[in-house]
Design a protein around this ligand. Structure first.
Ligand code: PAF
Length: 273
């Protein structure tokens, strides 16, 4: 595995790759969810590039940029064992310059739900991902369905800008007890972790309700809020694949989303129906 930090070094390394390239952008603190993305990329491409960059432009003032888990040594080993070809670990000064041309997230998709709680977050995401795509020039890029809104926005970016690559959505990986894997789970105390389980349980219950024929969004949301009374729920939303709110679940075109705080940790999860 080649470890690359500088932009020129990456460009040189990229030039040597003849064949298809899969790209897995990450912010590090790698877990099994990331491993799934890497595995999928390896199975579909000749080469796999992983980036680890805690992108400052997607954090709002007061968010966890400084405390975001950084585990460079462990991440390096994980990538090595997983068979990654190039691991790109730039510094912020390598990625960002002064008075740049920038991209913005779409005004609807980028500013509802996660975007309304974290205004500007998705501007930072599209900005960095576009740069990373420019550098790695992938044939396919892999993103988890857990960050559903991010995934839909990045798919739209690829469509709107006619980028010659495919976005590949990958299923959320969960612990045996249902907790969706996230680097931010590291912030949870054992008691908080236990409390957080109610999020995935409420999504599972919602999916069972739908399977039993209950399609009314209000009824499903009411049940979910009730189940999650013990934690601080920010929102439960039922939307279609373009993130338009749905009054009734549409099978194969629905995402049920939850954002909640457990202690100081903000968690998101969802289910695609
Ligand atoms: O999902 C993430 O880890 C980040 O938002 C991403 C896509 C790596 C951009 O910084």
């Amino acid at each position: 595995m080649q470890i690359v930090r500088g932009i020129e070094e990456l460009k040189e390394a990229r030039k040597t790759l003849e064949g298809s390239v899969g790209f897995v952008p990450t912010m590090g603190a790698l877990h099994h969810g990331h491993l799934e993305l890497i595995k999928r990329s390896k199975s579909e491409n000749d080469y796999t590039i992983v980036s680890i960059f805690v992108n400052p432009t997607q954090f709002l003032p007061g968010e966890d940029l400084d405390s975001y888990p950084r585990r460079e040594e462990a991440d390096r080993k994980i990538c090595e064992i997983a068979g990654v070809d190039i691991l790109f670990m730039p510094d912020s000064a390598d990625i960002y310059g002064e008075d740049e041309v920038t991209l913005k997230a779409p005004s609807y998709l980028g500013y509802i739900l996660e975007g309304s709680r974290r205004p500007g977050h998705f501007d930072g995401v599209v900005r960095v991902v576009m740069k990373l795509f420019g550098l790695t020039r992938p044939d396919r890029a892999y993103f988890g369905k857990k960050d559903a809104q991010q995934l839909v926005i990045l798919q739209k970016m690829v469509d709107d800008l006619f980028l010659p690559l495919q976005i590949v959505p990958v299923e959320t990986v969960r612990e045996d007890d249902g907790l969706a894997l996230s680097s931010r789970n590291l912030y949870l105390t054992p008691q908080e972790r236990q409390k957080a389980l109610v999020i995935s349980r409420s999504l599972k219950r919602a999916s069972r309700l739908v399977m039993a024929g209950e399609l009314r969004s209000e009824t499903i949301k009411e049940m979910m809020y009730k189940m999650m009374e013990e934690i601080e729920v920010e929102y439960v939303e039922i939307v279609d694949r373009a993130f338009r709110p749905l009054d009734r679940v549409e099978i194969k075109n629905t995402i049920i989303l939850v954002a909640a705080r457990v202690g100081k940790t903000r968690l998101i999860d969802n289910i695609w129906l």
